[in-house]
Write a protein that binds this ligand. Structure first.
Ligand SMILES: [Zn+2]
Length: 176
C-alpha cells in the first residue's frame, strides 16, 4: 500500500476538533434520496494501520454512529461513517476573524454580516493529498489505486480515489 494512505488523518485525530465532533454527532438529513438497499449509512472500520477495511451498513444514522463509536472505543485504528447516496459539504461556521460582508440595502443603510466559511478539520503538516470526501463526511487521502477494497474489479489507476469509500476525486464537489 502506498505510504500516502498510511499518513491519512484518523477519525480519532479528527474528533479532537470540537466543531467537527459536534457536527458529526448531529443527525444529518438525506432528504428524499432513495437507497435501494434501505441502508444508506455505511461504517468502514480499519482495525490496524495499513490493514483491510471492513464495513457494515445501517438503516439509521444513529445506529451507524453508535457502531462507529463502539469500534473507536475498542481501539481500532480508523473508521468512517459514509453516506452511500448523498454528498455532504463540510460544517459551516461563522468566522469573526474575517471582515464583515456588506449587504447593500436599497433606500436604507448598508447592513454588515459576519462571513461564513467551511470548517474542515486539519493538522499542521498533514499529507497534501487530503481532500474533503463528501460521502465519507471527513477529510481522507485521495490517491491512485489499481485495486481498491470498495470495488470488486480492478480500477483505473490514473484517477485519484478516496482511500476509504473509493469515490473518484473528479466525481465529488470540492471544498476548501
Ligand atoms: Zn470517501
Amino acid at each position: 500500500m502506498p505510504l500516502a494512505v498510511e499518513e491519512q488523518l484518523t477519525m480519532r485525530e479528527l474528533l479532537k476538533d470540537p466543531i467537527y465532533k459536534q457536527w458529526l454527532k448531529k443527525m444529518p438529513s438525506i432528504g428524499a434520496a432513495i437507497c435501494p438497499s434501505g441502508k444508506p449509512w455505511r461504517v468502514w472500520v480499519q482495525k490496524r494501520q495499513g490493514g483491510n477495511w471492513a464495513r457494515g451498513d445501517f438503516e439509521t444514522y444513529r445506529q451507524a454512529y453508535d457502531f462507529m463509536r463502539w469500534h473507536l472505543g475498542l481501539g481500532v485504528h480508523d473508521v468512517a461513517l459514509t453516506c452511500k447516496i448523498k454528498e455532504f459539504r463540510p460544517p459551516v461556521v461563522t468566522d469573526k476573524s474575517l471582515p464583515k460582508r456588506v449587504i447593500k440595502v436599497k433606500g436604507g443603510p448598508d447592513r454588515f454580516v459576519w462571513r461564513k466559511r467551511y470548517h474542515i478539520p486539519a493538522q499542521i503538516g498533514q499529507n497534501p493529498l487530503h481532500e474533503w470526501c463528501t460521502y465519507c463526511r471527513r477529510p481522507t487521502i485521495f490517491t491512485y489505486f489499481t485495486r481498491h477494497h470498495s470495488h470488486p474489479q480492478r480500477v483505473n489507476g490514473n484517477e485519484r480515489r478516496c482511500a476509504i469509500c473509493g469515490i473518484r476525486l473528479v466525481a465529488v464537489r470540492h471544498y476548501r
